[in-house]
Design a protein around this ligand. Structure first.
Ligand code: IFM
Length: 453
């Protein structure tokens, strides 16, 4: 039980492709996600984002829901192909005007906008030129960031360059589970590098065009807990932690790429021996650009077991057995530990939990009530964990629930529902779930200076 300060940034988050729909409206160009959705077998339920939550048309209704919940901030992303239909060059005024209206609508409701520049919807035209595999996309991203910052920077203070570089790189180019669907670990490392360099180069451009900007990057982190203290499990944990977390944290905090992981990737054939082929002079400095906050998306932890090690010690860390419909274990304590570990290891000056939430399909009952008890427990537990980390001195300054709305959950299509608000995809009706009522109460209490949750 914690008292959150009145300055604490309570929010909710979404992303453009997951909610907007209107993929061909008002001059928007195609993105890699339309191409991916059109590829048979890629999306579990065979759907696409063409309509999604039709937020492009229903945005005022959605902003009213945010205001009703009492959030102080709304984190949304800009669809690059809406602003620059072919990724570079010509700017689509209608696309920019949409986001300008959205920002004005938020401000009119007393809600602080937080803009994410890249949440995965790369213009297809850039992908056709090599996408994140090639250096020219770094330049294109910086130019795009400048266009958006110039237009919105007078009213937007909070900026996120990229959402979850691990997903962009690994799921998009390593396993191919997400767009553009390539399966090559070596390529995924090159992509990760370009994404992080583009972050570094965009930060000063955003600052130059948005007075007083508060800028950061968002990493999805998955704390790795060894199943036992055996050498094998500890080694496997090192491997996983380097692959998922340190590959991104270390360069951003000025440490360069972790040497143990470079050696792993060289041994495994994903990288050649010698200097990293994709690193150009100045890159490591660019990636380490000082930022104002570190954004963390936390959903679950991983228990790491080397199943192949002969005579391994018995596992002592067991799953809680409680998982969301994504199969992700529910462990709020792991978020608390992650925050403390990050403070001790990297010392970020400010942390924002930019996403945290749970997929459960709880539907309206006969009376139209959606009593999503598991999601309510998830939010209560994780917000309490954030509070404990704050009490322990970790500078966590905000928390954004994922997600405002049920939406297009990438390769899972519409099968997984993360929303505080239920969306009926046939009628586009929105119904606040009981978790939305809970979140509203938590925010109201915290803002009133009472102990929450
Ligand atoms: O829906 C995604 C979001 O786009 C990025 N972070 C994780 C969420 C849940 O999978």
């Amino acid at each position: 039980m914690t008292q959150f300060p009145s300055s604490f940034l309570w929010g909710a988050a979404t992303s453009s492709f997951q909610i907007e729909g209107a993929t061909t409206t008002d001059g928007r160009g195609p993105s890699i996600w339309e191409t991916f959705c059109a590829t048979p077998g890629k999306i579990a339920d065979g759907t696409h984002g063409d309509i999604a939550c039709d937020h492009y048309h229903l945005w005022e209704k959605d902003l009213d829901l945010l205001a009703w919940m009492g959030v102080k901030s709304y984190r949304f992303s800009i669809a690059w192909p809406r602003v620059m239909p072919t990724g570079r060059g010509a700017v689509n005024e209608a696309g920019l005007a949409f986001y300008s209206r959205l920002v004005d609508g938020l401000i009119a409701r007393g809600i602080e906008p937080m803009v994410t520049l890249y949440h995965w919807d790369l213009p297809q035209a850039l992908e056709d030129e090599g996408g994140w595999r090639v250096r020219s996309t770094v330049e294109a991203f910086v130019a795009y960031a400048e266009v958006v910052a110039k237009r919105l920077g007078d009213r937007v203070k909070y900026w996120v360059t990229h959402n979850e570089p691990w997903c962009i790189a690994h799921l998009g180019h390593g396993t191919g589970e997400q767009a553009p669907g390539e399966k090559n670990i070596g390529v995924s490392l090159r992509v990760a590098h370009h994404v992080m360099v583009s972050h570094g180069l965009a930060v000063p451009v955003i600052r130059a065009n948005s007075p007083g900007a508060i800028v950061g990057i968002v990493l999805n982190l998955c704390p790795a807990h060894p199943a036992s203290q055996s050498a094998a499990d500890l080694e496997a944990t090192r491997w996983f932690d380097g692959f998922f977390n340190r590959w991104y944290l270390d360069p951003i905090f000025g440490r360069g790429y972790p040497a143990d992981k470079v050696a792993d990737y060289q041994r495994e054939g994903a990288l050649p021996e010698g200097p990293l082929p994709f690193v150009e002079p100045g890159d490591m400095e660019a990636m380490a650009v000082p930022t104002d906050f570190l954004g963390i998306n936390y959903y679950s932890r991983a228990i790491i077991r080397d199943d192949k090690a002969e005579g391994n010690l018995p596992a002592v860390v067991q799953s809680t057995g409680v998982a969301t419909e994504m199969g992700w274990e529910v462990v709020p304590e792991a978020l608390e530990k992650l925050l403390i570990d990050l403070r001790d290891e990297y010392g970020p000056k400010s942390i924002l939990i930019t996403e945290n939430g749970a997929a459960y399909g709880t539907a309206p009952d006969g009376a139209g009530v959606i009593d999503d008890v598991e999601r309510q427990a998830y939010f209560r537990g994780h917000i309490a964990a954030v509070g404990r980390a704050r009490d322990a001195g970790v500078p966590v300054d905000g928390y954004f629930a994922w997600s405002l709305l049920d939406n297009f959950e990438w390769a899972f299509g519409y099968e997984k529902r993360f929303g505080l608000i239920w969306v009926d995809y046939e009628t586009q009706e929105r119904i606040p779930k009981q978790s939305a009522h809970l979140y509203r109460d938590i925010i109201a209490k915290a803002v009133a200076g009472e102990v929450a949750p």
